[in-house]
Design a protein. Structure first.
Length: 256
C-alpha cells in the first residue's frame, strides 16, 4: 500500500519493500505500549523544485506533529471517565419518566463507594421513588409560593422538575461533610454515564426544613436523630442539554 504525493515521491507503508522508489519512510516509536507511527523522510534521489520541497515539508510536519498536538484532546475524548466528567451538566428539565429502580440502586451503590476517612462512611442515603412523596411536597410549595411557580414556565416538581430525589445526610457534629461531597460526585458521574441528568439542590431542602407542613415528609425519610440532611440530588431523564459554563482555569496553579 502506498500514499503518493507526486510523480517523484511516494510514501511506502511497507519498509521491507524492495521495489525501487524515489523516497522511503521509517516507521518508529512505541511509548508506554501505545505505538505511534512517525514518518521520517530519509532521502530524495533526484532534484526537486522548491515548491515541491515545501509541500513535502508541510506534509511531513503535519504527520509528525498531529499525534503530539492532539494527544490531550484524544485523551479527553477517548478516556470514558474523563469524557463523563467533562460532559456532566446540571439539568433542570426532565422527562415525565421515573428512573428505573435498578439504576437508582446502582447510583446509590456508586455513591457509598466513595472514599471516607478511616473508612468511617459517615453518611445516610435515601433514594426517593415514591411519587406521592414528591407530589405532596410539591403541592405544599405551590400553595405557599404561587408567584415563584408562575415564574417558572416549566415547573413540574419542587425538585427542579425531577421525578426522583436522592437525599444525603451526615452527622450533626459536622463530621462527614467532605465525604458527603465525594459521595455526591460519584452519584453525579455515575448518572451521567447511564444517560441520566442530575442537579444538586439546596433551595428545596431549605424549604423543607423551614416549612412546618413539610416535616412529616422529612420524618418519612427515617434519618437518624443525630444526622442532618446536607443536600438533595434531583435525578431523572433529561429534557434539555445545557451548555457548559465557563471554568476559571486561572484558579489552578502549579508548584514545580
Amino acid at each position: 500500500m502506498k500514499l503518493s504525493l507526486n510523480k517523484g515521491t511516494s510514501f511506502l507503508l511497507n519498509p521491507m519493500s524492495r521495489k525501487k522508489k524515489t523516497c522511503q519512510l521509517t516507521v518508529i516509536f512505541a511509548f508506554r505500549k501505545r505505538c505511534l507511527l512517525v514518518f521520517c523522510y530519509i532521502c530524495i534521489n533526484k532534484p526537486i523544485d522548491d515548491t515541491t520541497m515545501t509541500i513535502k515539508h508541510l506534509l511531513l510536519c503535519g504527520l509528525l506533529l498531529t499525534p503530539i498536538m492532539g494527544c490531550a484532546q484524544q485523551t479527553e475524548t477517548s478516556n470514558e471517565v474523563i469524557k463523563t466528567i467533562m460532559e456532566r451538566r446540571s439539568v433542570r428539565r426532565y422527562l415525565d419518566r421515573p428512573v428505573e429502580h435498578e439504576k437508582l440502586a446502582l447510583l446509590a451503590k456508586c455513591g457509598i463507594n466513595a472514599p471516607s476517612g478511616m473508612n468511617s462512611q459517615p453518611w445516610e442515603v435515601r433514594v426517593v421513588e415514591n411519587k406521592t412523596w414528591v407530589d405532596g411536597l410539591t403541592t405544599i410549595y405551590r400553595k405557599l409560593n404561587p408567584e415563584a411557580v408562575k415564574r417558572d414556565a416549566h415547573f413540574k416538581t419542587l425538585f427542579r422538575n425531577a421525578p426522583n430525589v436522592i437525599v444525603i445526610a451526615t452527622p450533626k457534629d459536622g463530621s462527614g461533610k467532605i465525604e458527603a461531597g465525594l459521595l455526591g460526585e460519584n452519584i453525579l458521574l455515575a448518572a451521567q454515564s447511564l444517560g441520566l441528568g442530575t442537579c444538586c439542590l439546596g433551595g428545596p431542602l431549605r424549604f423543607m426544613k423551614d416549612t412546618p407542613e413539610a416535616q412529616p415528609y422529612i420524618q418519612q425519610l427515617n434519618i437518624p436523630a443525630d444526622y442532618d440532611i446536607d443536600y438533595l440530588i434531583a435525578v431523572g431523564y433529561p429534557d434539555e442539554q445545557p451548555d457548559a459554563k465557563p471554568r476559571i482555569e486561572s484558579k489552578i496553579q502549579f508548584l514545580k
